[in-house]
Design a protein around this ligand. Structure first.
Ligand SMILES: Nc1nc2c(ncn2[C@@H]2O[C@H](COP(=O)(O)OP(=O)(O)OP(=O)(O)O)[C@@H](O)[C@H]2O)c(=O)[nH]1
Length: 486
C-alpha cells in the first residue's frame, strides 16, 4: 500500500509539473504569436517595398509621358506636371496622400482637382526606412540616378520646342530625342536595376516568410504537444487528488460540513484500502471525536449524578429531592390531591460503624436504600439526606385527607417493618468472604401535605419533628406530625 507521504509528494510533484507546463505552454504560445506577426510584418514590408520600387518605375514613366506630351503639344501644363513629378520625387514639395500609380492619369483627366498633400519626403529617403539590404538599395539608387540622368535629355528636348522661333525641325528633333534607340536604352537602364531589385527583394522576403512560417509551424506543434501533455498531467493531478482525498471533493466537503455542525455520531463508512486518504483521516478524526463526545456526555452525566445524586446509594440527594418536592406541590395544586413526606432515621446505626468499620456501615446504607425503593411506587421519591437519614415522598394520595393519611400510614408501617428485617452484610477481606447478620430499625416521621400546607423547609422540619417524636417514643415506629394519622 502507498503511504500518505508518498501520495502527498506525488501529488505535489504533479501539481508542480502542471504549473511548469502551463508556463511553458504560455511561452510557446507567445512565441507562436510573435512569429505569426513576423509573417504578417514581412508581408507588409514586402508590399511596401514593391510599392516604393513601383513609384520609381512609375515616376520615370510619368516623366517620359509628360515630356513627350509637352514636346508634341507645347502645352505648358505638361512641363509643369513634369517638374512637379520631379519635385515630389526629390521631396521638395509635399507628396500627395493618395500618390498611387494612376495619380497623374487622374490629374490629367480631372483637372484642376488636387489630392490632399502629405509630407514632403524624397523617394530615396522613404526607401532607406523600409529595411532594404545594401545591395537592394544600391539597385534602386542606380535606377534613380539613371532616371535623373535621363531627365537632362528630356529637359533638353523640351528646351528645343521652346526655342524661338518654333520650327518643325526643332520639334522633330525633340520628338526623336524622346523616342529613339538611345532614349529606350536609357529607359532600360532605369528598369533593369528595378527589376533586379525586385528579384533580390522577392528572394529575401520569401526566405524570411518561409523561415517565419517554419518557426510558426514548429511552435504550433510544440504548443499542441505541450497542451496534450498538460491535459494528461491535469488528469493525473485530478486522479492523484481523488487518490489523496479518497472520495470526490463534494463528498469530502459535505462530510466536513456535517462534522463542523457537530454531528460526530454519524460514522464515515470507509471503503477498503482508503485508510491513508484524507477521507480515512477524516473517518479517524470522526471516530476520535465521537469517542470524545461520548466521554463528554458521560462526564456531564457524572457531574449531574454528583450534583443531584448520592454517590453511595445512588439515590437523589437533598438538592434533587427539594426540586421534586416543589414539582409535587405544583402537581398537587392542580390535582387537589394530598402527598406525604417521611423522614427516616436509622436507629443505633453508629455502633455498626464503630464495631465493623464504615465500609460495613455503607453496605447497610445501600441495602436500606434498596429496601426503601422496593416499598414505594416509581412516581414516589426516595432520597438520602446524609448519614443514616432518608426521606421518602409519596405523591398523588387521593383528595380525601383521611384516605391519604391511611394510605401513608400503611406505607410508613410497611417501610418500618421492612427496614427492621435482619440484614445479611457480606464483604471480602484478605481474599476471604466475610458475612454478618445485623438487625437495625428505623424511626419514621410523617407529614401529609397539599399545595397550601407551608413551604418546603417547614414541611421538612415537620417531618423531622415527627421523626424525633418517633425516636422519643422508643424508636422502630411511625409518628405523624401533630398526630395527623388520627
Ligand atoms: N458508614 C457510614 N456511616 C456514616 C455515613 N455518614 C454518617 N455516618 C455515620 O452515621 C452515624 C449517624 O449517627 P446518629 O444517627 O447520630 O446515631 P445513631 O447511632 O444512629 O443513633 P440514633 O440516631 O439516635 O438512633 C454516625 O456515626 C456517622 O459517622 C456514611 O456515609 N457511611
Amino acid at each position: 500500500m502507498i503511504d500518505a507521504n508518498t501520495i502527498e509528494s506525488q501529488f505535489s510533484r504533479n501539481v508542480l509539473k502542471t504549473i511548469l507546463l502551463i508556463v511553458l505552454a504560455a511561452i510557446t504560445f507567445a512565441f507562436y504569436v510573435y512569429w505569426e506577426r513576423q509573417i504578417i510584418r514581412t508581408n507588409e514590408l514586402r508590399i511596401r517595398s514593391i510599392q516604393l520600387a513601383n513609384q520609381l518605375h512609375q515616376s520615370s514613366d510619368d516623366l517620359t509621358r509628360m515630356a513627350r506630351s509637352y514636346v508634341d503639344t507645347g502645352n505648358p501644363i505638361f512641363k509643369q506636371d513634369y517638374q512637379q513629378i520631379l519635385d515630389i520625387r526629390e521631396g521638395k514639395i509635399p507628396r500627395p496622400l493618395a500618390y498611387n500609380n494612376y495619380y497623374w492619369d487622374l490629374q490629367l483627366s480631372d483637372r484642376p482637382g488636387q489630392s490632399q498633400p502629405g509630407k514632403a519626403v524624397a523617394l530615396l529617403e522613404l526607401m532607406q526606412h523600409v529595411g532594404f539590404t545594401e545591395e537592394e538599395l544600391d539597385k534602386l539608387e542606380l535606377a534613380k540616378a539613371n532616371s535623373d540622368a535621363l531627365t537632362k535629355l528630356e529637359f533638353s528636348a523640351m528646351a528645343l520646342v521652346e526655342k524661338q522661333p518654333v520650327t518643325d525641325e526643332n520639334r522633330a528633333t525633340a520628338v526623336r530625342l524622346l523616342n529613339d534607340a538611345n532614349y529606350h536604352q536609357a529607359k532600360a537602364n532605369i528598369m533593369r536595376p528595378i527589376s533586379e531589385f525586385n528579384t533580390l527583394m522577392e528572394q529575401r522576403t520569401y526566405t524570411a516568410v518561409k523561415f517565419a512560417e517554419k518557426i510558426t509551424t514548429f511552435s504550433r506543434l510544440i504548443f499542441i504537444f505541450i497542451s496534450v501533455v498538460l491535459l494528461l498531467l491535469m488528469w493525473r493531478v485530478y486522479y492523484a487528488l481523488q487518490v489523496t482525498l479518497g472520495c470526490s471533493v463534494g463528498e469530502l466537503h459535505s462530510r466536513m460540513k456535517r462534522l463542523g455542525k457537530g454531528d460526530f455520531a454519524t460514522p464515515i463508512i470507509l471503503p477498503e484500502g482508503k485508510e491513508n486518504t484524507v477521507l480515512g483521516m477524516l473517518a479517524q478524526a470522526q471516530n476520535n471525536l465521537a469517542i470524545m463526545d461520548q466521554k463528554r456526555l458521560e462526564a456531564e452525566e457524572k457531574v449531574r449524578q454528583l450534583a443531584f445524586y448520592d454517590s453511595l446509594t445512588e439515590l437523589p440527594n437533598r438538592r434533587l429531592f427539594e426540586d421534586r418536592l416543589r414539582q409535587a406541590r405544583y402537581s398537587s395544586k392542580r390535582n387537589n390531591e394530598f402527598d406525604a413526606l417521611m423522614f427516616i432515621d436509622l436507629d443505633n446505626f453508629k455502633p455498626l460503624n464503630d464495631q465493623h468499620g464504615h465500609g460495613i456501615g455503607d453496605l447497610l446504607l445501600i441495602e436500606v436504600a434498596h429496601r426503601l425503593q422496593n416499598c414505594v411506587r416509581e412516581v414516589d421519591t426516595v432520597a438520602r439526606f446524609g448519614g443514616d437519614e432518608f426521606v421518602v415522598m409519596l405523591v398523588d394520595l387521593k383528595d380525601d385527607i383521611n384516605v391519604a393519611n391511611a394510605h401513608a400510614k400503611t406505607i410508613a408501617e410497611h417501610i418500618c417493618s421492612t427496614l427492621a428485617q435482619p440484614y445479611q452484610l457480606t464483604w471480602r477481606e484478605n481474599n476471604q468472604e466475610q458475612s454478618i447478620t445485623h438487625s437495625c430499625s428505623a424511626s419514621i416521621g410523617v407529614v401529609i401535605f397539599s399545595s397550601d400546607g407551608g413551604n418546603d423547609e417547614e414541611l421538612l422540619k415537620m417531618a423531622d419533628d415527627a421523626m424525633y417524636e418517633a425516636k422519643n417514643s422508643g424508636r422502630n415506629c411511625v409518628c405523624f406530625y401533630q398526630s395527623q394519622a388520627n
